[in-house]
Design a protein around this ligand. Structure first.
Ligand code: ATP
Length: 252
């Protein structure tokens, strides 16, 4: 479970995240959507405990990140949008290293690491240095590293970027199975069709504030959108009027 209470981040006078309150319960795959600059990455970094909120609180599986960061982080796997990865480690060494950060090692970790590498077709690359990995392979290794210590909560920023169709499918299936087992996923994405197909509930942020929250049918109702898809609902709720602006640009 992820609980956000009035979570706020200010940079000087600018408020990037503005009093965000939200609960993502166990077993839920939650989609975190919003236009560029809405505050998604800032929120996810605060949830992951790598950016300090100006005010408000984050609880991961009942543990307050500010009060007991080590305990909170042990329950969390974070997949950032721009991950840091050690080039001079091999794939398997990187997974062992990440497990070690959580005080985990030994046969269970070896078994899990092997399973994850096999799942993402990285078995043959396990003993190659990360510096020789392609962008998508790095992304798959980072995703694997978020799962290696068996966290109860996964927070992920734009997971599908750079993945080929097979890897994207594997990741979707992994998230579904993982939440079916009672874990929690909060994922930001611009891929609205992915969010629509996968997520149990969706939150749309804009200007650091939560503009809409609910299942697809609840969002449709709040946007008076009939049977329309998430793209129409998103554009309606966030007030984007690209078509008009496009005409203005072309006429200018
Ligand atoms: P995108 O979809 O483009 O990735 P986002 O929703 O993830 O956007 P954030 O990266 O959270 O948006 O940024 C939210 C706002 O906070 C933006 O206006 C951004 O310019 C601002 N911001 C983020 N980091 C900083 C920083 N370190 N200093 C000042 N402003 C920042």
């Amino acid at each position: 479970m992820i609980e956000l209470s009035a979570l706020t981040k200010r940079y000087g006078k600018f408020t990037a995240v503005d009093g965000l309150s939200l609960t993502v319960p166990r077993g839920e795959l939650f989609g975190f959507l919003g236009p560029n600059g809405a505050g998604k990455t800032t929120s996810l970094r605060m949830i992951a405990g790598i950016l300090r909120p100006t005010s408000g609180a984050v609880r991961i599986a009942g543990v307050d990140v500010a009060v007991d960061p080590t305990a909170a982080k042990s329950k969390l796997g974070f997949i950032p949008d721009r991950p840091f990865i050690y080039e001079k480690l091999t794939g398997i060494e990187f997974l062992r290293f990440v497990a070690g950060l959580y005080d985990q090692s030994g046969t269970e970790v070896e078994h899990r690491a092997r399973e994850l590498l096999a799942l993402f077709d990285l078995e043959e690359w396990r003993d190659e240095l990360v510096e020789s990995y392609s962008h998508g392979m790095r992304q798959k290794l980072i995703i694997s590293s978020a799962f290696v210590h068996r966290p109860a909560v996964i927070v992920v920023d734009e997971p599908m970027v750079g993945l080929d169709p097979k890897a994207a499918r594997i990741l979707k299936d992994l998230f579904r199975e993982y939440t079916r087992r009672g874990n929690t996923v909060m994922m930001s994405t611009h891929a609205l069709e992915v969010a629509e197909a996968m997520c149990d509930r969706i939150g749309i942020v804009q200007g650091g504030k939560l503009r809409a929250l609910g299942t697809m049918s609840e969002l449709r109702a709040s946007a008076a959108a009939g049977t329309e898809g998430l793209e129409t609902i998103f554009l309606r709720l966030t007030g984007e009027n690209a078509a008009r602006e496009l005409v203005e640009v072309l006429d200018a």
